[in-house]
Design a protein around this ligand. Structure first.
Ligand SMILES: [Zn+2]
Length: 340
């Protein structure tokens, strides 16, 4: 059926008006303006018309074309508004609906390890003793036999507020304070806490770190008592198969002094890449308390003696969880922290 231009206009206008979605509207558009569309065909006929009719016909068809294009654009706008209204109705966000549950946090891995150490030593009768992080030079150095000019003081390079006040470089001052407070041995204490030294941050050290020291003062204590305590602590934390050894060393506040090692948990002491083929991992220092340190704490070294040890909590956590960079503990990266 051949449409005249007016019929074509009315016919397609009503078709456009009843389209139900953009796909249907596109079909109508193609039927009009596609390669063999109704409008396209009418325009193609123009060159075959007598010369005097061509321009009138051209103007007429052009007007109809513009009306139809306008009708299509208007319908497209209507359909889009209808679709948005649909989305608002069916997919709108219900702000009264409960949100996804918040993740539950847990204790930081260093807190977990510190509490485990405390629990093990408390089971042996040790008490947790805390002290100030800002210390006097006397408690931080002098009382611990690190007198002015002592070359070992360079190992405890510190942050000073005044010539007399500094951030403590170790938790050892708490041992002196505990002796002065408790006065009458026996004394069995541990001193967990934060320490500060002037070190640049790197994989194995930080300018701030946490220590635990232990101090036992009683009658006739021996290096064997000390080693037994360390062995019990290490086996409680890392497993019964672990062994402990002590090596001679030097600290101004103990005599004799030792460093203590624990067997590598990965190779069980056989030697592997993780322990640099030694079979042993260094943990900390220990020794029998120097008589002068006892005197500085107000304890009579002719009647009492004692042993002490100390190590970094970060170091213990690194050994326990096979972490190779101490900085990870303080970067607050949840991907790291959620593993523990
Ligand atoms: Zn190993």
């Amino acid at each position: 059926m051949i449409h005249g231009p007016d019929e074509l206009l009315n016919d397609y206008k009503s078709q456009i008006a009843v389209t139900r979605d953009e796909k249907e509207l596109e079909q109508v558009r193609v039927a009009l303006f596609g390669n063999s569309g109704a409008m396209t065909n009418l325009i193609k006929e123009i060159p075959g018309l007598p010369k005097e009719e061509r321009s009138d016909r051209g103007r007429l068809l052009n007007g109809i074309k513009q009306q139809l294009e306008g009708a299509i654009a208007a319908r497209l706008g209507e359909l889009r508004v209808e679709r948005l209204a649909d989305i608002v109705e069916t997919e709108a966000i219900d702000i009264t609906f409960p949100g996804p549950p918040l993740g539950q946090g847990h204790l930081h891995v260093l807190t977990q390890v510190r509490r485990q150490i405390e629990t093990v030593l408390e089971s042996l009768g040790y008490q947790v003793e805390l002290g100030p992080e800002v210390e006097t030079e006397w408690y931080n150095f002098e009382a611990l036999n690190l007198t002015a000019g002592h070359p070992a003081r360079e190992n405890w390079d510190s942050f000073y507020f005044t010539p007399e006040l500094l951030l403590r470089a170790h938790t050892s001052p708490v041992q002196i304070r505990a002796m002065q407070r408790i006065k009458e041995p026996p004394i069995y204490i541990i001193t967990p806490g934060r320490c500060y030294r002037r070190d640049a941050p790197e994989a194995t050290r930080l300018p701030y770190f946490s220590q635990v020291e232990g101090l036992a003062i009683d009658r006739a204590l021996t290096v064997g008592d000390m080693k037994g305590t360390l062995l019990y602590m290490i086996q409680s934390l890392y497993g019964i198969e672990r062994k402990v050894r002590v090596r001679p060393s030097y600290f101004p506040f103990t005599e004799p002094s030792f460093e203590f090692d624990v067997t590598c948990g990965i190779c069980n002491g056989m030697g592997c890449k993780s322990c640099r083929h030694k079979g042993w991992l260094e943990v900390g220092g220990c020794g029998m308390v120097h008589p002068q340190v006892l005197r500085n704490g107000g304890i009579d070294p002719t009647e009492w003696n004692g042993y002490a040890w100390g190590f970094g909590i970060e170091r213990m956590a690194m050994l326990k969880h096979d972490v190779d960079d101490i900085r990870l503990f303080y970067e607050s990266d949840l991907r790291f922290l959620e593993q523990f």
